[in-house]
Design a protein around this ligand. Sequence first.
Ligand code: NAD
Length: 264
Amino acid sequence: MQGTTLKGKTALVTGSTSGIGLGMARILAAQGSNIVFNGFGDAQEIAKLQADVAQKFDVKTTYHNADMSKPAEIEAMMRAAAEQFGGVDILINNAGIQHVANIEDFPVEKWNAIIAINLTSAFHTTRLVLPNMKAKNWGRIINIASVHGLVGSAQKSAYVAAKHGIVGFTKVTALETAHSGVTCNAICPGWVLTPLVQKQVDARAAQENISIETAKKNLVAEKQPSGEFVTPEQLGALAVFLCSDAASQVRGAAWNMDGGWVAQ
Ligand code: NAD
């Protein structure tokens, strides 16, 4: 899906060096948006990825290595984006981590990191982009929540708490911007086969002494009636729709794309 619907816009996608964020960055660039990449990874690979996207879609790209658990680094990234592109028009709060354990065994530092990265970072990016979006009377904030923003799963206490939190934060952001050209919505994916989920597949294969392929199938079948993974490209297409004029009255939604997970 290539076009010019976002030409001249700048999108900042947190956690865009991998998985869903990278898919989002690519699809927004394919619509003509400049991209601010963020996330961890090998510096050379990130530079290559940035150059590939810039060349393939004829857009400008930049990268900031802000650690999304550190407010001062988030502030530096938002300042750099504003200096380079005159502000961020599309903010995709996507960076996230997972840890799986029962509550009584859940490491306190993992709880704090998940809340900081999956929830609090979105408060910081949002508070820092809103003045410019409001001044331009146009903006799109898309929070990558999860089906875990709508329902729970055992052993994912911090993740489920953070994702329910971000769905609530989405609603408040949408209400505070309701009289403007700025919208805020959440996308709630089911299983997407990214490095974050691959770790859970590998753990399951080891625990149950089954092949990776069987572990993958079992993992999806357990929760997702379609039996198929959602793809980053499908999620990106939904984000492009949410950026369009047709979606200007979609406000405060938590839109699941989950193969039927929360319909059960
Ligand atoms: P991923 O592990 O492939 O990518 C995560 C990205 O976040 C990477 O770019 C990583 O470098 C970055 N990141 C992690 N910690 C960071 C930090 N402290 N500072 C800056 N960047 C950091 O994972 P993914 O599956 O693509 O997940 C992306 C988002 O989608 C997450 O918020 C996740 O909760 C959500 N999500 C994923 C699934 C799924 O099935 N994969 C389902 C629902 C929601």
